[in-house]
Design a protein around this ligand. Structure first.
Ligand code: HAM
Length: 418
């Protein structure tokens, strides 16, 4: 017996309606904001992520599925979607096109993490990216889009929005100096990760989860006190737009995000219903990523939500999701009727009706039981007398009624036209 790799999951046919539900909400919401889908490769040259996501991040240092292909090139299964979209935008010359550029994606992503509830090695994301707009209205639109998506699927009430600004490279440099001055006397007491981040990226020390470190990070200097005039105005404008749109948020100075490309706005939607992996959606502005990858300066903002975490949340909240069921089961009582049921099923499908008939040689009783399990509204029973009349006895399982309907009128009857 070969087992599924650790940290991966099957999405079985009995559960797939939840995935379809989320994907349809995602597409519908994206359309309302003028985002169109983009599809990029599952693997990219490793350098895209080490340069794009940042080589001081956990994702790049510890979590990437990197391997040499048969041509000896180092390739990596995408750990997220943003870098691939940026590469595609540049490579396809879309910088010369109409701005803003807006694209969304539904992808699988891969990170070699320690699996736990809500944390997988292969997971799925719905993400969106918006390029070319530097004003806070773009950040507000990305957040409003994310918020509407969560409300559309029915988890909006259970997710809280946290926002922060991590400034631009200029003001952040001053802040990082202040952080080093603050943490320097405590380094001996702090974890190895914090020690290695101290030089390269002290801001990441702030979201360290080690209890021993938290007692220092709690009263560390806050980026918000170091924002330059432009970054402060940008953040104020964002808050005013969110206030105006009635989108509730909390300013949370501890949000720094785990990927290197962010500047100014960062945000996360979290839910208490999720346990340790409480972030369902994260994003922010990243004005320097496209330049770093070789484009002309192009401001950018976006977000991604984890689909497995959204499903966990839907389950925890017991959100009702309607499941697509076949419309009709065609039940043949004897051999000749079974053959008729098979042919009639094909005719009904031709007319757009979802139906099933017996493939298992089940008895009459067992066929009724199966139809009941399918949850169909109609069962069309065909026996000797029905065959002679070119009709079926159509039982409406909801109304508990039954009516004789000519074979060539069944489609119309089921569609409610009779
Ligand atoms: P991220 O915060 O790394 O951001 O991931 C976004 C979401 O993906 C998380 O909030 C979480 O729901 C889900 N996620 C991440 N890792 C895992 C995992 N191992 N297992 C299950 N779910 C996971 C990004 O990926 C950025 N690219 C978002 C972005 C787009 N920023 C700007 N544009």
């Amino acid at each position: 017996m070969i087992n599924i790799p650790k940290g991966t999951k099957d999405a079985l046919p009995s559960e797939i309606y939840k995935w379809h539900y989320i994907e349809e909400c995602a597409k519908r919401t994206a359309e309302r904001y003028g985002f169109r889908e983009i599809r990029t490769p599952v693997f990219e040259h490793t350098e895209l992520f080490s340069r794009g996501v940042g080589d001081t991040t956990d994702v790049v240092q510890k979590e990437m599925y990197t391997f040499l292909d048969k041509g000896n090139r180092s390739v990596t299964l995408r750990p997220e979607g943003t870098a691939g979209v940026a590469r595609a935008f540049i490579e396809n010359g879309l910088q010369g096109g109409v701005m803003p550029f807006k694209a969304y994606y539904l992808i699988s992503a891969f990170r070699y993490e320690r699996p736990q509830a809500g944390r997988l090695r292969e997971f799925h994301q719905f993400g969106a990216e918006l390029y070319g707009a530097e004003g806070a209205a773009a950040d507000a639109e990305a957040i409003a889009f994310a918020d509407r998506f969560l409300r559309e699927i029915g988890v909006g009430e259970a997710a809280e929005l946290h926002i922060n600004s991590i400034g631009c490279p200029a003001c952040r440099a001053k802040y990082q100096e202040a952080l080093r001055d603050y943490f320097r006397p405590h380094l001996g007491d702090m974890c190895p990760d914090c020690n290695s981040r101290f030089l390269k990226n002290p801001m990441r020390m702030i979201d360290c989860k080690e209890e021993g470190c938290k007692k220092y990070t709690r009263s560390a200097p806050r980026m918000l006190d170091y924002l330059c005039e432009e970054c402060r105005a940008h953040f104020e404008e964002l808050k005013a737009l969110l206030d105006g749109a009635g989108i509730a948020y909390e300013v949370d100075p501890s949000i720094v995000r785990g990927l290197d490309y962010y500047s100014r706005t960062v945000f996360e939607f979290t839910s208490d219903a999720l346990g340790a992996q409480s972030t369902v959606l994260g994003g922010g502005r990243y004005d320097t990523l496209l330049v770093q990858l070789g484009a002309k300066p192009t401001p950018a903002v976006g977000f991604a939500a984890g689909l497995e975490r959204l499903i966990m949340l839907l389950d925890a909240l017991q959100t009702p999701i309607s499941e697509q069921k076949p419309d009709c089961y065609l039940l043949g009582m004897d051999e000749a009727s079974r053959r008729k049921a098979f042919l009639l099923a094909e005719k009904l499908r031709e007319k757009g009706i979802a139906c099933e008939t017996d493939l298992m040689g089940r008895s009459l009783k067992a066929q009724f039981k199966y139809a009941d399990k399918l949850g169909v509204r109609f069962v069309a029973v065909i026996g000797e007398s029905e065959l002679a009349e070119n009709a079926a006895e159509v039982k409406d399982m909801v109304a508990s009624s039954s009516v004789r309907v000519k074979f060539d009128e069944i489609a119309q009857y089921i569609k409610g036209g009779m």
